[in-house]
Ligand binder design. Structure first.
Ligand SMILES: [Zn+2]
Length: 120
């Protein structure tokens, strides 16, 4: 079982979360251009049109995952304020500093994350 976080560790992770939040917001604002609808009226040829559509859907997918991460980060920062940070949302056990250092926004411990996402 993992140790509960010290207040020092929580402060470090809060900083990490704030940095991540800024970085993701920056990424989202720079990828906005690529996620614009493809202009199908443009005479760019069938293949390049398919390329454009594919690029657009990839840009959308990565935007989507950034947005989900941002939501988790906001929830984690809120949990820090409430003094509930570092507890698994599923089983209530401490998540552990090692795991939070790698992924500070995660709401689940390793075991629960594994059950939610089989194969990872
Ligand atoms: Zn758990």
């Amino acid at each position: 079982m993992s140790e509960e976080l010290s207040s020092r560790q929580v402060r470090d992770l809060e900083l990490l979360l704030q940095q991540l939040q800024q970085e993701l917001k920056r990424l989202l604002s720079t990828t906005e251009e690529g996620a614009r609808p493809v202009d199908l009226g443009q005479p760019i040829g069938r293949l390049s049109r398919m390329d454009a559509l594919q690029q657009q859907s990839m840009a959308k997918a990565s935007r989507r995952s950034h947005e989900i991460r941002l939501q988790q980060i906001a929830a984690a920062l809120n949990a820090i304020k409430e003094g509930e940070y570092g507890q698994c949302k599923e089983c209530g056990e401490p998540i552990g500093f090692g795991r939070l250092g790698a992924r500070p926004e995660t709401p689940f411990c390793v075991g629960c994350q594994g059950r939610r996402e089989p194969g990872r």
